[in-house]
Ligand binder design. Sequence first.
Ligand SMILES: Nc1nc2c(ncn2[C@@H]2O[C@H](COP(=O)(O)OP(=O)(O)O)[C@@H](O)[C@H]2O)c(=O)[nH]1
Ligand SMILES: Nc1ncnc2c1ncn2[C@@H]1O[C@H](COP(=O)(O)OP(=O)(O)O)[C@@H](O)[C@H]1O
Length: 226
Amino acid sequence: MVVRVLFRAVIMGPPGSGKGTVSDRIVKSFGLKHLSSGDVLRANMKSQSEIGLLVKSYIDQGQLVPDDVISRLILGDLKHLENCSWLLDGFPRTVTQAESLHQAYHIDTVINLDVPFETIKERLTSRWVHPASGRVYNTNFNPPKIPGLDNITGEPLVQRNDDKPETVTKRLKAYETQTKPVLEYYRKKGILETFTGTETNRIWPQVHAFLCSRIPDDPKAAAGKV
Ligand SMILES: Nc1nc2c(ncn2[C@@H]2O[C@H](COP(=O)(O)OP(=O)(O)O)[C@@H](O)[C@H]2O)c(=O)[nH]1
Ligand SMILES: Nc1ncnc2c1ncn2[C@@H]1O[C@H](COP(=O)(O)OP(=O)(O)O)[C@@H](O)[C@H]1O
């Protein structure tokens, strides 16, 4: 019988720190399943589900959605990934959420992207997304091949409602007061790994090297396919 060791990680960082960008690279290199709370919430808003209608006003105002709503949503989705290694992006964002996750799963490592707020503000106002797929572009960092259009479908890109400068300020405040304590929670558990910098392309090789040392039996990582 082959016993597969599961690896469960969380990626944290302020809005715009590159969680989604780094998560895509982790998925490509290490084959973990990726679950993004923001993507799950946006899919609910798009389909106008009961939860989508409930969370819209919080998200548009740059506030966190209530703990019980997001915890039920994410822990419910994780039930479908029981036999998979996964990477959680954007959850937990409060200590209450971290405790709910802790009661349900063992977390091996927490990757913390430490990017200064000044760098982030500029990035978010130049973030463009393809709503149907969640593909993310940036007019400076990874522009689409044709300005304003998605590389794969050619459909128009849009700016996220909550990437307006005044909403970004509120999201950064929410991060400071509600999410920073989660870093301390994981630091005390001895599983927090912080990567500091202003450029994803400099942070990524460090994250990759770290994960190679933690997921040594992964065939893609061993082959150096970054
Ligand atoms: N200029 C610049 N933009 C970046 C860099 N890394 C990511 N981005 C862009 O910054 C925005 C925020 O990144 P994203 O991965 O969506 O961050 P998240 O909000 O933490 O998930 C996106 O438009 C990215 O394309 C970088 O090193 N430099
Ligand atoms: N774990 C969570 N707890 C509460 N609200 C959340 C959570 N995850 C996402 N949200 C809501 O969705 C919004 C967008 O989240 P996300 O896409 O992760 O933002 P970013 O990628 O910029 O950090 C947040 O500003 C918040 O309103």
